[in-house]
Design a binder for this molecule. Structure first.
Ligand SMILES: [Zn+2]
Ligand SMILES: [Zn+2]
Length: 204
């Protein structure tokens, strides 16, 4: 048989080669399109080891897939090609950096942007604290204002300790420091009545 010129010829050719009826071909197409409406049998599969397979234009990806008749009829023809676009390395500009950081209440203090590894200056729009960090840390690792993080963790610690102790450990206590010999420890929470204090992240 010469090379098929029309779609009808192609179907005939495929059916002949794979020894199936045109009804079976139609049934396969129907099953394929149940999974993916754009899928189409466009030829013969590689047929390695005598496999009676079919070449399917996926319609979802730019590849063709070889499927056995049973696979098609069983509906196991979901496209397995990873279609998620390859991560394109973004080239940031200082404007982009400024814009993205602002959404997280961080002000970029630099006028220029070199690369993700460059140490840059930032200011917290919540507490005005300034600190240095790379864009990689800020953007890819989600790091933020160290002062606000510390405050947040201190409050978390207070809450947990209060739950465990069953009493309050307020910060605005009259006792600010606890001194032994020459060392003084700042107290982040103190319960006067219970004589219990805590210090978050203090010197060891
Ligand atoms: Zn595909
Ligand atoms: Zn802050």
């Amino acid at each position: 048989m010469s090379k098929p010129k029309t779609e009808a010829d192609l179907i005939k050719y495929i059916c002949e080669k794979r020894k199936i009826t045109e009804d079976e071909f139609k049934k396969m197409t129907h099953e394929l399109q149940k999974i993916n409406p754009d899928a189409k049998i466009i030829g013969l599969g590689n047929g390695r080891n005598g496999a009676k397979n079919f070449k399917v234009d996926c319609g979802k990806c730019d590849k063709t897939h070889d499927f056995m008749m049973e696979t098609i009829l069983d509906g196991n023809t979901r496209c397995k090609t990873n279609n998620t676009k390859r991560k394109v390395k973004t080239t940031y500009t200082i404007d982009m950096v400024t814009e993205i950081a602002k959404k997280r209440d961080i002000l970029a203090l630099n006028d220029t942007y070199k690369n993700v590894r460059e140490n840059m200056s930032w200011q917290c729009l919540i507490c005005s604290n300034k600190w240095g960090a790379t864009w990689n840390n800020i953007h890819n690792h989600g790091s933020g204002c160290p002062k606000c993080v510390s405050y947040y963790n201190e409050e978390k610690t207070r809450l947990m300790l209060e739950i465990l102790c069953g009493f309050k450990l307020p910060k605005d206590s009259s006792v600010k420091f606890l001194c032994f010999d020459t060392r003084c420890i700042e107290l982040d929470g103190y319960n006067v009545k219970e004589k219990v204090a805590f210090e978050y992240n203090g010197p060891v």
